[in-house]
Design a binder for this molecule. Structure first.
Ligand SMILES: Cc1cc2nc3c(=O)[nH]c(=O)nc-3n(C[C@H](O)[C@H](O)[C@H](O)COP(=O)(O)OP(=O)(O)OC[C@H]3O[C@@H](n4cnc5c(N)ncnc54)[C@H](O)[C@@H]3O)c2cc1C
Length: 296
């Protein structure tokens, strides 16, 4: 018991600023940041935490706006978990904290096709499944077999892809569970062919998106048969900004922190865009990015 506590304590930090860890470079402090090194520590922590300690699970923070007021309770991130990836004949099992880009790299090296169509999408495998990350051609649900999850009380179980009923940018993961590992279908393919398709995707993205900027990618979901960027442009919002929160010149649906923007600036800009688009088209854009933390 004492040795477990000692081990867990080394994986926790208190009063951690999330701003620099997040893609958008905004946000306040979380009370506790817990980065378990193995599943046993995660489950021990969940079973023994104070009952009133709120839990928030985060991946790479590529799709979240963290509140300026910070996050109450404990933020859990799985990036330091061991036993990252298991290769089997027709599937792989991968830790949810694993970076999508690293997974794609490891697969390519072995001539394995899995989720290379998600190249250039930042984030962890857990985040990708939660969001059902994808493009117009491919979503992670296309290769997902099942997810292993643990609830906030430390109970573990597996959910099949079929049960999840994932949809556009929605993994439909039950509330208050943490995805700990993911089973994905694979096939064997010529590595050179996979590499050349990745190069093509990268070229397309570099020309059309502000890759490398302080952004969360698409801010709004595309309404049925429409493009959010087009609606934003046609509503005359392309030059809108609030403080240092600006709209990308390359892609109207990408917001960028061009300096010292706060989360509140992004919220104001998002509200402004939604109102303008609604006034022009009658469509209320739905946010793809997720708000995390204490909101006033
Ligand atoms: C430049 C850029 C381009 C992008 N392009 C695309 C794109 O083309 N397509 C696309 O779909 N997305 C895109 N995104 C958005 C983002 O990369 C994806 O949504 C990504 O899957 C988020 O993963 P993450 O680990 O960063 O999750 P986070 O942003 O940390 O979290 C997102 C959500 O997932 C939940 N979550 C994270 N990990 C877990 C877990 N282990 N268990 C349970 N819940 C969890 C969090 O609670 C949160 O609600 C882009 C982002 C950027 C910055």
């Amino acid at each position: 018991m004492l040795s477990n506590l000692h081990k867990i304590r080394k994986m926790c930090e208190v009063n951690v600023s999330l701003k620099e860890l997040s893609s958008l470079k905004v946000g306040g402090i979380c009370d506790v940041l817990f980065c378990p090194e193995d599943e046993e520590s995660l489950i021990y922590f969940l079973k023994n935490r104070p009952n009133d300690m709120k839990v928030t699970i985060l991946g790479n923070m590529s799709n979240v706006i963290i509140s300026d007021e910070g996050v109450q309770g404990c933020v859990i991130r799985l990036g330091k978990m061991r036993n990252d990836i298991e290769f089997h004949d027709d599937y792989i099992k991968v830790n949810a904290g694993f970076q999508l880009s690293t997974l794609i790299g490891q697969c390519v090296r072995r001539g394995i096709s899995c989720c290379e169509k998600l190249s250039c999408i930042p984030g962890t495998i857990g985040g990708a499944v939660f969001m059902n990350a994808g493009t117009s051609e491919f979503e992670i649900k296309d290769v997902l077999i099942s997810v292993d999850v643990v609830d906030f009380e430390g109970n573990k179980w597996t959910i099949s892809n079929k049960k999840l009923k994932m949809s556009y940018r929605n993994g439909n993961i039950p509330k208050d569970v943490i995805i700990i590992s993911v089973n994905l279908k694979i096939s064997h393919k010529d590595a050179e062919k996979i590499i050349s398709s990745i190069r093509e995707i990268r070229k397309r993205r570099l020309n059309s998106q502000p890759i490398g900027g302080a952004t969360c990618g698409s801010t709004f979901k595309n309404p049925d048969k429409m493009k959010a960027w087009q609606l934003i442009k046609e509503a005359g919002c392309a030059q809108f900004s609030v403080g240092d929160a600006v709209i990308s010149d390359l892609h109207c649906n990408f917001l960028i922190n061009s300096g010292k923007a706060k989360a509140s600036d992004f919220i104001e800009l998002i509200t402004l865009i939604r109102i303008k688009v609604f006034e022009r088209t009658g469509i209320m854009l739905e946010e793809e990015i997720i708000k995390i933390g204490r909101w006033l």
